[in-house]
Design a protein around this ligand. Structure first.
Ligand code: AMP
Ligand code: GLY
Length: 427
């Protein structure tokens, strides 16, 4: 079968790598892809925001199936447009994708279906939001309603911070995304990412992971798209995962189906494990980046039939097999990220790094230039490794990192610290 992957990050490299391993694949493209994806798929320079161009490519090449990576493409309705043109795609429609693109939509859905999440109120007026904050007190969380590139959330430890966040959001810091805000209860606990495939009606649990959002060691510095991840998340025990499926994922699918907007694709639930059990922080309508990278390494089964089953409504009785190993990924980013950074610095040592046992390197912001790999973005490389446990996966990943010669890059040196500490305590 002929498959097209949309996207150009580490998530899409991991997906393309896993899809390319399927015996069902006769031809694989990725639009627009990157220098690493080019090893697993033919990269085509299409602007994926131009849905007519994507559809035209599918027609000319008789594409059988399109796998959509990024949230922006989901929110822009690329799946709706592909379906309307007669193409099968993996990912939710724009309406179902509101689980990610509108925090208020999701909060209302949770409230109506008793899905455990932080108590909240929704405001279109700054003064009312502030009055609510004064009444509730700090700590409290202020969120812009729409997509804000992961920067629309202020976890305010003081009332003053929360009031300032309201002013910033209504002041237009996020454009239309800030015209509505959600103010919610601060939840205390350990965070984890939970993934399930959905076919509109049924859900298949995938696996869990933990991300590292802050730029620097010790969870210091600004928030980023994610500086590393590992899977599984030890806090997500079997019992905890069963609760997430029963208390969140299944009721969410039932509610969306009843609304006439069934959810097909991967659901990514951000979970806070509180003393009262798992609570939903947020939903995303796509794989996490970098969580996808560690999930793909751990997945033993062919992924293609599973992705197709989502689109075809055939997930019931579907099963996937997983390696028992843990997987961990270290993100190498260009110095300056998540602020301003340069482009074009040369990266060496990748082949030597990839020889470390259990290691797989996925590319995010890279390009090929004169036969060399150069940095072409903020998050640039995902150095991933499998191991018997997180401690071993971490050691292997950093051994590979140390073979990479890229003075303009940096990474955190403590990815996986929570799991490594747990493993040490057990030993
Ligand atoms: P979100 O974009 O909704 O995932 O929020 C970004 C981050 O803010 C989350 O990963 C949490 O670390 C934190 N966060 C969001 N909502 C809450 C909450 N209600 N209580 C505590 N932390 C939160
Ligand atoms: N790693 C978090 C995300 O993809 O949103």
């Amino acid at each position: 079968m002929k498959i097209l992957v949309l996207g150009s990050g580490g998530r899409e490299h991991a997906l393309a790598w896993k899809i390319a391993a399927s015996p069902l694949v006769e031809k694989l493209w990725c639009a627009p892809g990157n220098a690493g994806i080019a090893r697993d798929a033919e990269c085509v320079p299409i602007d994926i925001a131009d849905h007519a161009a994507v559809i035209d490519f599918c027609k000319r090449n008789a594409v059988d199936f399109v796998v959509v990576g990024p949230d922006a493409a989901i929110a822009a309705g690329v799946v709706d447009d592909l379906n309307a043109a007669g193409f099968k795609a993996f990912g939710p429609t724009r309406a179902a994708g509101r689980l990610e693109s509108s925090k208020n939509f999701t909060k209302a859905l949770c409230r109506a279906n008793n899905i455990p999440t932080a108590a909240y109120e929704h405001f279109t007026d700054a003064e009312q939001a502030k009055a609510y904050i004064r009444k509730q007190g700090a700590p409290i969380v202020v969120k812009a309603d729409g997509l804000a590139a992961g920067k629309g959330v202020v976890v305010a430890m003081t009332e003053a911070e929360a009031l300032a966040a309201v002013d910033m959001m209504f002041g237009g810091a996020f454009g239309a995304s800030g015209a509505e805000v959600v103010v919610e209860e601060f939840m205390q606990g350990e965070e984890a990412s939970f993934f399930a495939l959905c076919d509109g009606e049924h859900a298949l649990e995938l696996a869990t992971a933990q991300d590292h959002k802050r730029a620097f060691d010790g969870d210091e510095g600004p928030n980023t798209g994610g500086m590393g991840a590992y899977s599984p998340a030890p806090v997500m025990t079997e019992a905890m995962c069963a609760r997430v499926m029963d208390e969140m994922i299944r009721p969410t699918l039932r509610a969306l189906k009843a609304m006439g907007t069934p959810y097909k694709g991967v659901i990514f639930a951000g979970i806070m494990v509180t003393k009262d059990g798992p609570k939903l922080v947020e939903y995303n309508a796509r794989f996490g980046d970098p969580e996808c990278q560690v999930l793909m390494l751990r997945m033993m089964s062919d992924i293609v039939p599973a992705l197709l089953a989502c689109a075809d409504g055939q997930l019931k009785n579907f099963n996937l097999r997983w390696f028992d190993d843990a997987a961990l990924t270290v993100i190498m980013a260009t110095k300056g990220y998540p602020g301003d950074y340069g482009r074009g610095s040369v990266i060496g040592g990748l082949d030597e790094a990839a020889k470390v046992e259990g290691v797989e390197i996925f590319h995010a912001g890279t390009a090929a230039k004169d036969g060399r790999i150069v940095a072409n973005g903020g998050r640039v490389l995902n150095v991933c490794a499998l191991g018997r446990n997180v401690t071993e996966a971490q050691a292997r990943a950093y051994q590979a990192v140390d073979r990479i010669n890229w003075p303009e890059g940096f990474c955190r040196r403590d990815i996986g610290w929570q799991a490594v500490a747990r493993e040490k305590a057990k030993a």
